[in-house]
Design a protein around this ligand. Structure first.
Ligand code: ATP
Ligand code: MG
Length: 336
């Protein structure tokens, strides 16, 4: 059975970008495929501490899993939910892969460049986390890793490390699918990249400081609607999908398509010829606030006990699989 694997850093409440770009597509895929694939959903808590944690990490971890459940994830015996730090093999494989990766390729990671930019001194974790991510994936021989577009470069790095390792030490790792195949599998042709509401040439990020740049999943629905209404657009006066020329408007069209589950092309056609941006903003604002209201109601109904029950069985499974893979690797590099 092939494996689908995904994780979302749980250092704070998530944004609408995380929800539409990562959570919801993953939940749809899991529900669709959990009969034919193993579905690993993990909380990358070791990745959380590469930057300051906003709030209580333990609470954030539990809440992240509740998000999946509130987004409609169905649990069956092929769906495994676990915390990264409860499976020590992740850290151990990371070190071994560190000894396979080069400074050159790791320094080229855009996320590293962006995250270290402007920082007087950048911690080594920020530099190293793509390698830990490769370990997260390769331990489980995962083929599909549904992620947002900003993470595609890390998938390519993981593929390169797996191929290099296999070439040197024997066929140990399953090489994950190429990003083009990942995207095809996810059913989102160009990847999903929700934009920052104030600076739409950038992606929406939970770590952005400006409150009005991002919609958080715990925002009051009314507040979220206001943020959409004050989103940056342009002065062109035409509702057209053009991420380069009109990123703000295109972002709204994208959000509308995703929250209504209508193909983007159809949403674009609906708004063609409309010149008043306010109409589009109002529609999107209403959609987002309704979506949040429903999501928050479902979230409140999920207990902590339910999440810990899932961790217990998921971590048992993950440790078994990961330990066996780690032993293969240790033997290959002559540590065992
Ligand atoms: P940070 O600022 O801490 O990096 P982030 O919002 O970029 O936060 P990540 O934890 O880096 O979130 O990513 C979690 C998942 O959400 C990843 O799969 C990532 O590709 C996806 N994602 C993040 N931002 C967006 C976005 N704006 N649009 C679509 N997907 C996104
Ligand atoms: Mg990010």
């Amino acid at each position: 059975m092939k494996t689908i694997l995904t994780g979302i850093r749980s250092n704070s409440v998530l944004t609408l970008g995380n929800y539409l770009g990562a959570l919801l597509p993953m939940v749809r895929l899991a529900n669709q495929h959990s009969g034919e694939y193993q579905v690993n959903i993990f909380v990358p808590d070791l990745h959380s501490i590469i930057s300051d944690v906003d709030g209580d990490l333990q609470e954030n971890i539990v809440r992240t899993i509740k998000y999946y459940l509130a987004a409609g994830l169905k649990i069956n015996e092929n769906v495994h939910i676990y915390r990264q730090s409860y499976v020590p093999a992740h850290s151990e494989l990371c070190w071994i892969l560190d000894c396979v990766a080069t400074m050159g390729e790791t320094s080229r990671m855009i996320q590293y460049k962006e995250k270290s930019k402007g920082q007087e001194s950048c911690n080594v974790g920020i530099f190293n986390y793509p390698i830990l991510m490769a370990a997260d994936i390769l331990l489980y021989d995962a083929t599909y890793i549904p992620l947002g577009e900003d993470q595609f470069q890390h998938i390519e790095l993981t593929r390169n490390l797996a191929m290099r390792f296999n070439h040197k030490f024997g066929e140990i790792f399953t090489v994950p699918a190429k990003t083009a195949e990942q995207v095809e599998f996810m059913g989102v042709p160009d990847g999903i990249r929700i934009r920052d509401l104030l600076n739409p040439e950038k992606k929406m990020s939970k770590s952005t400081v400006a409150e009005n740049s991002k919609i958080m999943l715990d925002d009051e629905p009314e507040k979220a609607a206001k943020k959409i209404m004050s989103a940056t657009t342009d002065s062109i006066g035409k509702i057209k999908f053009d991420m380069w020329g009109q990123p703000g408007i295109s972002n709204l069209l994208q959000i509308e398509a995703l929250i209504t589950d209508v193909p983007l092309q159809d949403v674009i056609s609906t708004w063609a010829g409309v010149t008043r941006y306010g109409d589009l903003k109002k529609k999107v604002a209403e959609g987002v606030s309704t979506m949040l209201e429903e999501f928050q109601t479902r979230l409140a109904e999920i207990s902590n006990e339910r999440v810990f029950e899932l961790f217990e069985s998921g971590e048992k499974y993950a440790n078994e699989v990961a330990k066996a893979k780690l032993l293969e690797v240790q033997k290959a590099v002559q540590l065992r």
